[in-house]
Design a protein around this ligand. Structure first.
Ligand code: SAM
Ligand code: DTB
Ligand code: SF4
Length: 336
């Protein structure tokens, strides 16, 4: 079955109560419904593989409470300059050779400066020329910057809403939820695919998770890609330190799977990505996520700064579960 991005007719008028009611379903009923939706819209045996590279690490002026790269964190992550284009392309070639279909480049910026754009554009063009899909996450964009990236051929822009609108100000104070939405508008207006999701396990309530999914599922058009991250608690970050003291605040796998299932049901045509935090999940927990409709992962042994499961572990998991990587031809067919 051909994969497809969200059509204009996908339902975007979800009410909060409806989403809360989905979360409240008996677990097996919720997962069953999500699996049905998954099968109606996607090939449930195929998982899309994306690989991350941090092209500019650390020293970020934003104060996101979860992030090791914020200048306000004492995580020990060293700030670097923007990587050389050739080094980025070498890393992309390794990812492609390992079977990844999309290369996602992240920079620890509040926003890119105009002087950074020429190198960024070279990275997009170079990775595309290798036959991979391209994704970038560079912070806030102006309408002009979004157009420049689209003109360079950038396929996806990642910009997460991270949590519910109500909780946003508790996690990040240096920008607003509205700022986030504005960049997402610029990305859409420029014609790029949107990758937008967030983090669970930040000590939020179920109601916040409802608000988070509600905000995504009622965007004017569903994101093509929805990353659901489980917080990777990093020492020296506000949330990492807070949760180190209250281990019970961490999300349990069943609640994580519920979140994936509700994302799948409410945004049926989107790719739902089991993202950060997968390394510390059990195989059974990940299997439940795939059953509940997750159909994309980050591969390789590193995310941006945090460790990731790694190709050997993922190869073994896919063999155990009888899953196969979505190859580029499938991905291309999906986009048509
Ligand atoms: N600076 C850009 C921005 O914030 O848009 C891009 C990079 S930022 C690291 C991308 C996303 O990674 C964040 O929005 C957040 O959802 C996720 N992330 C960052 N640190 C995380 C952590 N410790 N655990 C889970 N997800 C995390
Ligand atoms: C997303 O939602 N998750 C990825 C990607 N988008 C850029 C990043 C996860 C970062 C995890 C923490 C780290 O590596 O520092
Ligand atoms: Fe900076 Fe992005 Fe980390 Fe926030 S999440 S501190 S914007 S790198």
């Amino acid at each position: 079955m051909a994969e497809a991005g969200p059509t204009a007719s996908a339902r975007t008028d979800w009410r909060r109560e409806e989403i809360a009611a989905l979360f409240d379903l008996p677990f097996t009923e919720l997962v069953f419904r999500a699996a049905e939706t998954h099968r109606a819209f996607h090939d449930a045996g195929a998982v899309q593989l994306s690989t991350l590279l941090s092209v500019k690490t650390g020293g970020c002026p934003e104060d996101c409470g979860y992030c090791s790269q914020s200048a306000s964190a004492t995580s020990g992550v060293k700030a670097t300059r923007l990587m050389d284009v050739q080094a980025v392309l070498q890393s992309a070639a390794c990812a492609r050779d390992a079977g990844s279909s999309r290369f996602c480049m992240g920079a620890a910026w509040r926003n890119p400066k105009d002087r950074d754009m020429p190198a960024i554009i070279e990275m997009v063009k170079g990775v595309r020329a290798m036959g991979m899909e391209t994704c970038m996450t560079l912070g806030m964009l102006t309408a002009d910057q979004a157009r420049m990236l689209a003109d360079a051929g950038l396929d996806y822009y990642n910009h997460n809403i991270d949590t519910s609108p109500e909780r946003y100000g508790d996690v990040i104070t240096t920008r607003t939820f509205e700022d986030r939405l504005q960049t997402l508008d610029h990305v859409r207006d420029a014609g790029m695919n949107v990758c937008c999701g967030g983090i669970v396990g930040m000590g939020e309530t179920r109601e916040d998770r409802v608000g988070f999914i509600h905000a995504l599922a009622t965007l004017p058009r569903h994101p093509e890609s929805v990353p659901v991250n489980a917080l990777v608690p990093v020492k020296g970050t506000v949330l990492g330190d807070m949760l180190a003291d209250t281990p019970l605040a961490r999300i349990d796998e069943i609640e994580f799977v519920r979140t994936v299932a509700v994302a799948r049901i409410t945004m049926p045509e989107s790719m739902v990505r089991l993202s950060a935090g997968r390394e510390s999940m059990s195989d059974a927990g990940q299997a439940l996520c795939f059953l509940a409709g997750a159909n994309s992962i980050f591969t390789g042994d590193r995310l941006l700064t945090a460790p990731n499961a790694g190709d050997d572990a993922d190869g073994a998991l896919f063999a155990r579960l009888g899953l196969r990587p979505m190859v580029l031809d499938d991905v291309r067919e999906a986009a048509e």
